[in-house]
Design a protein around this ligand. Structure first.
Ligand code: FES
Length: 346
């Protein structure tokens, strides 16, 4: 059915009123048909809300993360994640520009997610928003999720297919697109030419897009300015130990918390943790499932954001798959008020 045209459901059942009004089997059948039509019409609404909220959240979360745009020196940055993804990706060559201008591309992705999410939630130029979401998900599938095995554990492929459904259906109901389509229908009925109707629709879509884009830009900028999380204290080389070793102040590693240092030989991030008072060790931040960076310890566990593996913060052991191998563990020795990173134990 075309957007903006009245069907029996939209018209409150008036098209089937003679039979719907009656109490007999025919009336029940009509009401049942109406309910099915209503369910069919809004079938994609939950998916649209989920994708919209998720992409708005993903964009704002990146902008609030102090690691995201920190650059080469931070192993949790967009740059470091791109380097890690480049090796095993079939489109690794296409990531080269992002490595030359990581701040620009990092911001483009964060604000792109925000724009896609808002466009989807408001149903403004819904197919364009869905196309943007599909392209972002395709890129993530070919980079971050590409080496995930089996393939169905990679979460970007389901996102890509979910966006495809919205790309095909658009956002004709409970949306700006729907409102403009119904208004265009009324304009035609009152005799406006097709050209005038089209011009009015395009103009108002553009105005709404600029307003929504401005709101997104403002929300993103405010988030980056005022909500940005404080970075975890990073380890600094101990001057007394020369270049190869790294250490952190004991005070930087609270019980249950961590400080991040870099393995001098691999360049990978290592969390120095204190799972129980006075007990220290180092755990690699590289997930043994498919190489994503696991989050710092929380509630005695390290979680991988890619496919949900969880590791024990005291031993690195797998608590929950799909990873099967523990996180590599490093010795850590206490030297006065410093903690020195030692060799890999496992
Ligand atoms: S990379 Fe898959 S769970 Fe970590």
């Amino acid at each position: 059915m075309m957007e903006g045209t009245k069907d029996p459901v939209e018209a409150g059942g008036s098209a089937s009123a003679p039979s719907a009004a009656g109490p007999g089997p025919t009336g029940r059948a009509a009401r049942s048909a109406q309910r099915r039509a209503l369910a069919g019409r809004y079938a994609l609404l939950p998916l649209r809300l989920f994708l919209g909220v998720t992409f708005v959240y993903a964009g704002l979360d990146k902008l609030a993360d102090s690691h995201y745009l920190a650059g080469k020196s931070d192993p949790l940055s967009f740059y470091a994640q791109t380097v890690a993804a480049k090796g095993g990706s079939p489109i690794g060559w296409a990531l080269e520009p992002a490595l030359h201008a990581p701040t620009v591309f990092g911001l483009l992705i964060a604000f792109g997610e925000l724009a896609v999410g808002l466009g989807t939630l408001f149903g403004l130029i819904g197919r364009v928003a869905a196309l943007g979401g599909a392209l972002l998900s395709l890129t993530l599938f070919l980079t971050i999720s590409w080496n995930v095995s089996p393939y169905y554990l990679g979460n970007d492929l389901p996102y890509l297919l979910a966006w495809t459904a919205l790309l095909l259906a658009g956002t004709p109901y409970l949306s700006v697109d729907g409102y403009l389509a119904r208004r265009a229908e009324r304009d035609r009925e009152r005799g406006l030419t097709e050209e005038a109707v089209r011009r009015r629709t395009v103009l108002d879509s553009g105005i709404a897009a600029v307003a929504l884009g401005g709101g997104g830009l403002l929300a993103g900028s405010l988030t980056a300015t005022f909500v940005r999380r404080k970075p975890k204290p990073a380890g600094t080389p101990s001057p007394a130990q020369g270049g190869a070793k790294v250490s952190v102040a004991v005070a930087d590693v609270p019980v249950g918390g961590s400080a991040t240092v870099k393995d001098p030989s691999s360049g990978d991030a290592v969390y120095i943790v204190q799972p129980t008072a006075g007990q220290y060790c180092g755990l690699s931040s590289i997930c043994t499932h498919a190489g994503c960076t696991v989050d710092p310890p929380k509630n005695g566990q390290l979680s991988c954001p890619c496919h949900g593996s969880r590791f024990d913060a005291g031993t690195g052991a797998v608590l929950n798959g799909p990873a099967v191998k523990p996180l590599p563990k490093y010795t850590v020795t206490k030297d006065g008020d410093r903690l020195d990173l030692g060799a890999v134990q496992s």
